[in-house]
Design a protein around this ligand. Sequence first.
Ligand SMILES: Nc1ncnc2c1ncn2[C@@H]1O[C@H](COP(=O)(O)OP(=O)(O)OP(=O)(O)O)[C@@H](O)[C@H]1O
Ligand SMILES: [Mg+2]
Length: 267
Amino acid sequence: MIVDIGADALTIEPLHQRGKVCVNPRSHLHLLPPAPLGQLKLYESTKEFKEIILLCVENDALLRTYVANILIAVNPYFDIPNLYGPEAIKSYKGKSLGTLPPHVYAIADKAYRDMKVLKMSQSIIVSGESGAGKTENTKFVLRYLTTTYGTGQDIDERIVEANPLLEAFGNAKTVRNNNSSRFGKFVEIHFNEKVQIVGGFVSHYLLEKSRICVQSSDERNYHIFYRLCAGATEDLKKKLRLDSPDHFRVRAQILHLYVQSCGEKNK
Ligand SMILES: Nc1ncnc2c1ncn2[C@@H]1O[C@H](COP(=O)(O)OP(=O)(O)OP(=O)(O)O)[C@@H](O)[C@H]1O
Ligand SMILES: [Mg+2]
């Protein structure tokens, strides 16, 4: 059975050898034909980690669970069909925790309902190691609240659409995450007396400024640098003294000009 899902490997405890754990690189894992929940059997082969996650999804297991009202979510590293779509948003509206399978939307809805009933501000803390999915889950919370409890005016979209801009200036490729947030973020969503969204405010702190001048190998500068080099007008480039990234002193790090994740391609 799976004991731990790490960034590069799975820790597995063989069912016939309890107490003995082995660490397997993802690329070496293969699933036996689907096993009942709690009895995922694994052996070494070349099949993808994705298959393991897909089986978890089929069984609705392992990816998300609650400890009291804390949601623990594993990053699946690919888009799970319909998990965050409009239908899912609708289905979690007004539902108590535990009524439906664990989901970040359920947490968002609970915070909203508590705010309404207790008439007090509520906080959702999103925590985890780099690449755990904090930024993505924060965006899901914002998307859920603006879709479900927004006023339908452009403020809802503006709150959500501020993110790509913020990420351009504060996120960069690291060895752990192609879109790693190199700053802390405190997002406020403001509601009126009818408990509808009327505004938002994002404060940021601890921006990693040193990254602008120097990056570790395999890492990149902030996304905005490459985007300006690629897409700014000639006037702006002249003003900012920008050229092709290859011409900068930090060219040792420029081997990774382009990030291959789907997310990056869409931005
Ligand atoms: N729920 C999800 N479904 C599909 N893919 C996801 C999900 N959560 C995260 N990912 C993928 O994992 C990548 C890393 O996630 P994210 O940027 O949210 O991590 P993070 O916890 O914010 O890391 P960091 O601390 O480095 O900023 C995303 O770019 C996305 O490709
Ligand atoms: Mg992040």
